[in-house]
Design a protein around this ligand. Sequence first.
Ligand SMILES: Cc1cc2nc3c(=O)[nH]c(=O)nc-3n(C[C@H](O)[C@H](O)[C@H](O)COP(=O)(O)OP(=O)(O)OC[C@H]3O[C@@H](n4cnc5c(N)ncnc54)[C@H](O)[C@@H]3O)c2cc1C
Length: 262
Amino acid sequence: MAVWPADEEELACVWQYGRDRGLPPLILGRGSNVLAPDEGWPGLVVITTALRRAEWRENSVRAGAGCSLALLAQEAAARSLSGLEFACGIPGALGGAIVMNAGAYGGDMSGLTTRVRLWSPESGGREYSGTEMGFSYRRSALPAGGRCVTEVELRLRPDAQAAILGRMAEYRERRRQTQPLAVASAGSVFRNPAGDFAGRLIDRAGWKGRRIGGAEVSSRNANFIVNRGGATAAEIKELIAAVRADVERRFRVRLETEVRIL
Ligand SMILES: Cc1cc2nc3c(=O)[nH]c(=O)nc-3n(C[C@H](O)[C@H](O)[C@H](O)COP(=O)(O)OP(=O)(O)OC[C@H]3O[C@@H](n4cnc5c(N)ncnc54)[C@H](O)[C@@H]3O)c2cc1C
């Protein structure tokens, strides 16, 4: 069962509904970084995309966790505010981007985030500073008790609009050239190991284009697994395991998944 609460009050209601019925909650933004089980989630899927109020100020924005990251980047550009250019091609919501510390082209969420509002059934909504979020490479450590990101404040800075739009166009082009954007995927499968690139190792191991069922290691970017039609989560997981074992055998590097396998 999926629910789309529009504020913290509704979030509290649906949480209680799930708790009363023994349904384990799963919080999602746009689901662009998760691999869901073939049989579906055996509980309550709390989709945060209706939390999308945004309040723009001179050098910052305070926005709901459900706001599209790409649309926020566009709106920032329209207001001649710089900082979110790196995010213009990341297909997630703001809350998911905080949890994943999403980033690209030298920028990430940790560099912009000043406040995060977290909701939990025990203490309701509470505000945390960016540093309390425990950000690291493609990770955050939500403070104990914080369950759901509901609002985020980002610090931006004024810049010439042409320069901002120029950087966004360049990043979009780089993405178009290096990522299989026309086919379904969950983005980078593995985190880059220290000092190297997961895609380089997978490519060197000869995995580009190899398939299990409908799941294929992308020929454009070896760190993406694309769905060539009808791929099951089981096939994708099998391919992930095979790639990981082969890379470890050849290069003695144990790749960790960036994709969240539910
Ligand atoms: C084509 C493509 C390109 C991508 N490029 C990039 C890239 O350049 N850089 C990058 O970092 N990522 C990239 N990604 C991955 C993904 O888009 C990002 O990680 C994004 O920030 C995830 O946001 P989401 O809303 O989809 O999160 P989801 O996939 O919905 O969730 C991700 C995790 O966060 C949790 N979560 C989500 N929302 C909340 C919330 N409000 N409160 C608490 N927990 C929550 C979920 O339970 C899950 O564990 C790409 C993905 C694709 C498909």
